[in-house]
Design a protein around this ligand. Structure first.
Ligand SMILES: [Zn+2]
Ligand SMILES: [Zn+2]
Length: 555
């Protein structure tokens, strides 16, 4: 018997949405589960992505043994390049998950030295004192796993993201048996996905969207455009099957859509009949009723393919009245404005827009509702429970939901925020010391940037490179800008920068001139375009990367 402690250290994703990462420490051995990112909301304008602060791992670098990935969503793998650029850990995950990671690492020139280890559901690996078994779960992405981690003090189960889909489209079923076997033998700690804890009942099976998609294929008389997440392989498969059935060819638009479908196809996870596929450049040559286009950019991201299509700014697809546009994805809280702005543009083109809740659904969630969460709690029957993946209210609700297990051996549920830890020894579990956590804002710039330049902690960023505020006054009636844009800066160059800033005003003016009236009316798009153009110019002229925050005033 050991007198050592097991420490559970959340590095991201508890009490916040996204950037999931969890460390487990036993003695001198640490394993990390997931390294995700989050997309910045409007409050963090001026950065591209946000990752957890991995200071805890850097400070204990000699003890960190491995990174284990549950599935390939960005909020679980998006920060892998940034973690590996500081500590080159061996990484374990399923083939599809690692293929998505590979693409990321390649972009950051980290692939050559990466140590990627493919595992399958059912595999067991030993890392120091940890025996990790990978358990298949169902989720909105394929090849997702939960982890059962046997430690000297007992078994820890981490569900990853999941729902209990009894009829997944690929027929790869949730391995509830294995989960139940662990439960029967006794589980020390369960960590479970809290994303949908607010929803009563069961989340519908992925197959539930098929009738709605079929209805769209059956009734659309012109082009059918469907926007969904590129990682939703189940959804894409259903679209491809229906397209074949209804005699439409399918084109994919958007870089991530093209990449991910190629990866999934190569791994045999997406079957694409050869005659079904259409090259993007051929979309407009086909009769409108023979085309379906799957487009990335469901969240109204300003530079995404869908946003470009919405403002007639995509070189391969422009909409015509009567085209149908379906949003087969959820509206992530915080993105409503951007999405509705995009839909207003789509409506102006005369498109028939299909989105939101309806029956049968155009989208189903990938996360478990209350009854499925209870099912997992019942099967695992843990001694301790730690809700993960959610904002504080969701974690608290999930802990409350588990309350009925108090008579069934559940001793305690912990509601923790990122950085707050649990310490477990022979006596039991209690709250431990806090560790350093936080958010790191990354300004990824163009893809040719090397990773050293990409990791910019915002404080250092401001201290060294300052910030630049282009101020643009736009006439409410004409939609055109009034005079040459002003630029305010702090901490960015001294007097020697005056000429460059003067030139920069011209750069912003040219961005405005080259934009369509519709783009000019869309502040989200304009802010992003101005930021991108100005960043390119300033980096080239000065090799510095100030924080750029365009301000648009309506006058
Ligand atoms: Zn997630
Ligand atoms: Zn997920």
């Amino acid at each position: 018997m050991s007198d050592r402690k097991l420490q559970v250290v959340p590095l991201g994703g508890l009490g916040e949405f996204g950037m999931n990462s969890m460390a487990l420490r036993y003695g001198d051995d640490i394993i990390v589960i997931d390294a995700g990112m989050m997309f910045p909301d409007a409050e963090l304008l001026g950065v591209d992505i946000v990752t957890p602060d991995f200071t805890y791992l850097e400070e204990n670098a000699a003890d960190v043994r491995a990174l284990i990935l549950t599935h390939g969503h960005e909020d679980h793998i998006g920060a892998v390049p940034f973690l590996l650029s500081t500590i080159n850990l061996p990484v374990y995950g399923t083939e599809f998950t690692l293929s998505l990671v590979e693409r990321r690492l390649e972009e950051h020139e980290l692939l050559k030295d990466a140590r990627l280890n493919v595992v399958e559901a059912g595999d067991r690996i030993t890392i120091g004192p940890f025996l990790v078994e990978f358990i298949r779960v169902t989720h909105s992405i394929v090849s997702a796993v939960a982890l059962a981690i046997t430690t000297p003090l007992g078994v820890v189960i981490h569900t990853g993201d999941f729902k209990v889909d009894p009829t997944p489209t690929d027929n790869e079923l949730f391995d509830l048996h294995t989960l139940a076997e662990y439960g029967k033998r006794g589980v020390l700690l369960l960590m479970s996905d809290s994303t949908n804890v607010d929803r009563p009942g069961y989340t519908e099976s992925e197959r539930a969207v098929r009738p709605r998609l079929e209805e769209l294929f059956a009734r659309s008389e012109r082009r059918l455009i469907i926007s969904c997440f590129s990682s939703s392989i189940h959804r894409l498969q259903q679209i491809l099957d229906l397209a074949a059935q209804y005699g439409r060819k399918v084109a994919f638009l958007g870089r991530s859509m093209l990449n991910v479908t190629e990866i999934a196809h190569n791994l045999g996870l997406l079957s694409v009949p050869d005659s079904t596929l259409l090259r993007p450049q051929d979309i407009m040559q086909m009769p409108p009723d023979k085309v379906a286009v799957v487009v990335s950019g469901t969240q109204g991201e300003p530079l995404s393919a869908m946003s470009r299509v919405a403002v007639d700014n995509h070189k391969h697809l422009y909409l015509e009245p009567g085209d149908t546009v379906a949003l087969s994805a959820r509206i992530i809280p915080g993105n409503e404005k951007a999405i509705f702005r995009m839909m207003n543009h789509l409506a102006r083109r005369g498109s028939d827009i299909v989105y939101g809740s309806m029956n049968p659904p155009i989208h189903v969630s990938g996360h478990a509702s209350q009854e499925e969460l209870k099912l997992v709690l019942n099967l695992v029957k843990p001694r301790y429970f730690l809700p993960i993946h959610g904002e504080y209210r969701q974690l608290a609700k999930h802990a409350q939901l588990a309350g009925y297990l108090n008579s069934q051996g559940l001793e305690n549920s912990f509601v923790l925020e990122t950085g707050e830890t649990i310490e477990i020894d022979q006596m039991g579990a209690r709250r431990g010391e806090k560790v350093t956590v936080g958010r790191v804002c990354i300004d990824s710039g163009s893809l040719d940037d090397v990773v050293e330049d990409m990791i910019i902690r915002d404080r250092r960023h401001l201290a060294e490179d300052g910030f630049v505020l282009p101020v643009i006054a736009i006439d409410k009636h004409t939609g055109r800008s009034e005079g040459l844009p002003e630029i305010v800066s702090r901490g960015f160059m001294g007097a020697e920068g005056a000429d460059i800033l003067q030139e920069a005003r011209g750069v912003v003016a040219r961005t405005l001139e080259s934009s369509t009236t519709e783009e000019l009316s869309d502040w989200g798009v304009m802010q992003e375009k101005i930021r991108t153009d100005l960043k390119r110019f300033l980096t080239k002229q000065t090799q510095r990367r100030p924080l750029i925050m365009p301000v648009i005033l309506e006058v």
